[in-house]
Ligand binder design. Structure first.
Ligand code: SAM
Length: 231
């Protein structure tokens, strides 16, 4: 079988999986990520977890086609229930989902985590919720990437167990503790678009017959925060 090529987004997730990792890729869909990592001898062992039967079957077929059944175990399971204690997983990837779903998967399955795993998370939206979960569960945000692919903007957030208690500010949680200082092109584009959206919301709220003061103040506050970070 020929070498698999990952999208720019999935490659950026793969780049944060260390050598000799024992990986659980949750919501694996086609299992491309663990297959790529096994082909490149990055992972020693992998679990591809999927909750939906169609993608699960596609993962099983792909892993078999690539001759990787010994290294990658495909499991039909909800979230982190795909992980068994005997897997000795030390890296979990959850990519291509909303921040709310990622947070719910982590919370519902926290009994499957030892707290020593690296978490490589790629929320399509709702990065705030993912960072908030990491902050509340003694993880430090060790790496962050924001990138554009096919006109979409993606964020990759890496959580590693925190050695000392950390408390991220609201600005850190909203914009990313590293991303907000780096402010690369994708970051500026994302927050300029968001600023524009919030300004439209504000205009509509101001035009309403019964002004919702609380919501209006919330939106004004969001706008101020975005303007502050973009300055
Ligand atoms: N991770 C791949 C990627 O980034 O390209 C696939 C992303 S795909 C958009 C999201 C996948 O997550 C779907 O295949 C969906 O069935 C799966 N999924 C959603 N909720 C899940 C859950 N609770 N447990 C396991 N898989 C889930």
């Amino acid at each position: 079988m020929s070498d698999l090529h990952l999208s720019h987004r999935l490659q950026a997730v793969a780049d944060f999986v260390p050598n000799h990792a024992r990986l659980a890729d949750i919501g694996s869909d086609h299992a491309y990520l663990p297959i790529y990592l096994a082909q490149h001898h990055v992972i020693d062992y992998g679990v591809a977890g999927e909750v939906v039967k169609g993608p699960y079957q596609s993962s099983v077929a792909h892993v078999h086609q690539y001759g990787l059944d010994e290294i990658i175990k495909v499991r039909l399971a909800d979230g982190l229930q795909a992980i068994k204690a005997t897997d000795n997983i030390n890296v979990v990837t959850i990519a291509g989902m909303g921040g709310t779903l990622i947070k719910n998967i982590l919370s519902a399955g926290s009994n499957r985590l030892t707290g020593n795993e690296r978490l490589v998370l790629e929320p399509n939206v709702g990065g705030y919720l993912v960072r908030q979960w990491l902050n509340e569960h003694q993880y430090q945000i060790s790496h962050e990437v924001i990138l554009t692919e096919d006109k979409h903007i993606y964020e990759i957030i890496v959580g590693d167990p925190a050695l000392v208690p950390l408390h991220y500010s609201q600005l850190d949680l909203m914009f990313g503790p590293q991303l907000r200082h780096e402010r690369n092109v994708a970051f500026v584009q994302k927050w300029q678009t968001e600023l524009h959206k919030q300004q439209l919301v504000l205009t509509n709220l101001q035009k309403a017959q019964h002004v919702n003061i609380e919501r209006l103040q919330q939106v004004q506050h969001q706008i101020e925060l975005i303007q502050e970070v973009l300055q």
